[in-house]
Design a protein around this ligand. Structure first.
Ligand code: GDP
Ligand code: IMO
Ligand code: MG
Length: 426
C-alpha cells in the first residue's frame, strides 16, 4: 500500500476510526500526528466497540507498528489507561507501540486552565477540557515539557518548578484558584515517565527508516479540517493542524513521501461545541438524526449538533488538504428521509457565496442555499455494492462527487467493519 493521510473533512467525528481500522489491514505503520485525547475514534468489530483517544486505531491488527508522533500532545495517565485496556483485551503492545520522545506532555495545570477558561461566558469554545489548548500554547511559547524530559529527573524538576511558579500565579490572580503542589505532580509524572519509557523513541528516524525499507504508512488525522487552528472556524477550533500538512510536521516525514490524501465526510454534518454551523437542523430533525446516528461524543458524551451536508465546507476541505478520494460515512442514517438537502452556497446581504469565507461573521449570519434531493426510503445498511444501492442514494453520492470535485471511493453504511461499499482500486 502507498503512504496515505486520512483527514476528517468536516468538524470531526466523521468516522475516521472505522476507516483507519479498515485501511490498516494493508499498512505497515499507523501514525497519529496531532491532537491528543480530545479525539475519540470508534472501531466496531462483531458488536464490540473500541474507542481510541491516543492509540492509533490500527492497534487491533496484529503485527502492525503503531506510532504516536511528535505533533501529538500526550496525557500520560490517559495513555496508560488506554494501554491497560487494550492489553486486557489480549492485544500485544510491547514492540508494536512507539511514542515520540519529542511529543509534549499534558499536565493537570493545562486541564485546569482549559476548564477555568471555559467557565467564562465570553470566549467559551466548548472544548473537551482535556488541556489540549493550554498544552499547545506552552509548546509554542517554548515552555512545554516533552516526553524525553520525564526521564531526566533533574531537568524535569527544574522545568516543572519554573512552570508551576508561573501557572500558580495565574491561577491565584486571575481565578482565585489555589493552584498545584510541586511534589504531587513531580512524583506522579516521574512515575508515568518510568512506565512510558519503554515506548519512547526517535519516531522521526523510525518512520523515515521504514520508508526507506519500502514500508507503508497510514497517517491518522484527528479532529477535522474545520477545527484546524489555521484554516478552521477560528476561534472555534482545536489547537493543532488537523489538515493534511500536519502529517508532515507532526511526524517528521517529508511531503514528497505522501502518496495520497483521503478525506472522510459524513453524509450529513455534525459538530460538537460552540461556533458557526450554517446548515444546523431545527429541533425536530436534530432529534431524529441524533437518535438514528447515535450522535453523542465518543470522548465527552456530549450531544452532537447535526445538520445537512455542507458542500461548501467539504469542497474547501478537498482544496485545503489536496484530497484525492472521499469516503462518505453514515449514509444509512439518511435512509428514512423523504427529502435530503445539500448546502451549495451561503447567502449574505443579498449576495451568494460559493467559496468558504475567511470572515467568520459571514458564516455566522449567512443563510444556506440548498439543493434538494429525493430520499431513497430503503435500508442501505445491508448493501454490499454501489450498484446495489437504491437509485436515489446513487444519485446523492454522484451529486456529492460533482460538488466536491473528488471521487467517492468508499461508502460506509453502518459502524461494523463489514458495512462498507468499497470502490477503491488496490
Ligand atoms: P471519528 O472521531 O472520526 O473516528 O468518529 P467517531 O468514532 O467519533 O464517531 C463516528 C461514530 O459513527 C461512531 O460511533 C462509529 O461507530 C459510527 N459509524 C461510523 N461509520 C458509520 C456508518 O457508516 N453508519 C453508522 N450508522 N454509524 C457509523
Ligand atoms: P475526533 O478526532 C469532534 C472540538 C471540541 C471543541 C473544539 C476545541 O474524534 O474527530 P479542544 O478540546 O480540542 O480544545 O476543543 O474542538 N473537538 C472535536 N470535535 N471530534 C473531535 O475529535 C474533536 N476534538 C476536539 O468539541 O469544539
Ligand atoms: Mg470522534
Amino acid at each position: 500500500m502507498s503512504n496515505i493521510v486520512i483527514v476528517g473533512a468536516q468538524w470531526g467525528d466523521e468516522g475516521k476510526g472505522k476507516i483507519i481500522d479498515i485501511l490498516a489491514e494493508k499498512a505497515d505503520y499507523i501514525v497519529r500526528f496531532q491532537g491528543g485525547n480530545n479525539a475519540g475514534h470508534t472501531v466496531v468489530i462483531d458488536g464490540k466497540e473500541f474507542i481510541f483517544h491516543l492509540l492509533p486505531s490500527g492497534i487491533l491488527h496484529k503485527g502492525k507498528i503503531c506510532v504516536i508522533g511528535n505533533g501529538v500532545v500526550i496525557d500520560p495517565k490517559s495513555l496508560l489507561d488506554e494501554i491497560a485496556f487494550v492489553r486486557s483485551k489480549g492485544i500485544k503492545i510491547e514492540g508494536n507501540l512507539f511514542i515520540s520522545d519529542e511529543a509534549h506532555i499534558i499536565f493537570p495545570y493545562h486541564q485546569r486552565m482549559d476548564s477555568l477558561r471555559e467557565r467564562e461566558k465570553r470566549g467559551k469554545i466548548g472544548t473537551t477540557k482535556r488541556g489540549i489548548g493550554p498544552c499547545y500554547a506552552d509548546k509554542v511559547s517554548r515552555s512545554g515539557i516533552r516526553v524525553q524530559e520525564l526521564f531526566d529527573k533533574d531537568s524535569f524538576r527544574d522545568k516543572l518548578k519554573i512552570n508551576l511558579k508561573e501557572k500558580n500565579k495565574i491561577f491565584k490572580c486571575l481565578y482565585g484558584n489555589k493552584g498545584f503542589s510541586f511534589d504531587k505532580i513531580y512524583n506522579e509524572y516521574c512515575g508515568y515517565g518510568r512506565q512510558i519509557k519503554k515506548y519512547a523513541a526517535n519516531t522521526t528516524l523510525l518512520l523515515n527508516r521504514a520508508l526507506k525499507n519500502k514500508k507503508s504508512i497510514l497517517f491518522e488525522g484527528a479532529q477535522g479540517t474545520l477545527l484546524d487552528i489555521d484554516h478552521g472556524t477560528y476561534p472555534y477550533v482545536t489547537s493543532s493542524n488537523a489538515t493534511a500538512g500536519g502529517a508532515c510536521t507532526g511526524t517528521g516525514v517529508g511531503p514528497n513521501k505522501i502518496d495520497k490524501v483521503i478525506g472522510v465526510v459524513k453524509a450529513y454534518t455534525t459538530r460538537v461545541g460552540e461556533g458557526p454551523f450554517p446548515t444546523e437542523f431545527g429541533p425536530e430533525l436534530m432529534q431524529v438524526i441524533r437518535n438514528k446516528g447515535k450522535e453523542y461524543g465518543a470522548t465527552t458524551g456530549r450531544p452532537r449538533r447535526c445538520g445537512w451536508f455542507d458542500a461548501v465546507i467539504a469542497r474547501y476541505s478537498v482544496m485545503l488538504n489536496g484530497i484525492d478520494e472521499i469516503v462518505v460515512t453514515k449514509l444509512d442514517v439518511l435512509d428514512d428521509l423523504e427529502k435530503i438537502k445539500i448546502c451549495v452556497g451561503y447567502k449574505y446581504k443579498g449576495k451568494i457565496y460559493k467559496d468558504f469565507p475567511t470572515d467568520m461573521s459571514l458564516l455566522k449570519y449567512s443563510q444556506p442555499v440548498y439543493e434538494e434531493c429525493d430520499g431513497w426510503l430503503a435500508d442501505t445498511s445491508v448493501i454490499e455494492t454501489f450498484s446495489g444501492l437504491p437509485d436515489n442514494a446513487k444519485k446523492y453520492i454522484n451529486k456529492l462527487e460533482r460538488l466536491l470535485l473528488a471521487r467517492v471511493s468508499m461508502i460506509s453504511i453502518g459502524s461494523e467493519r463489514k458495512q462498507l461499499i468499497n470502490r477503491r482500486h488496490g
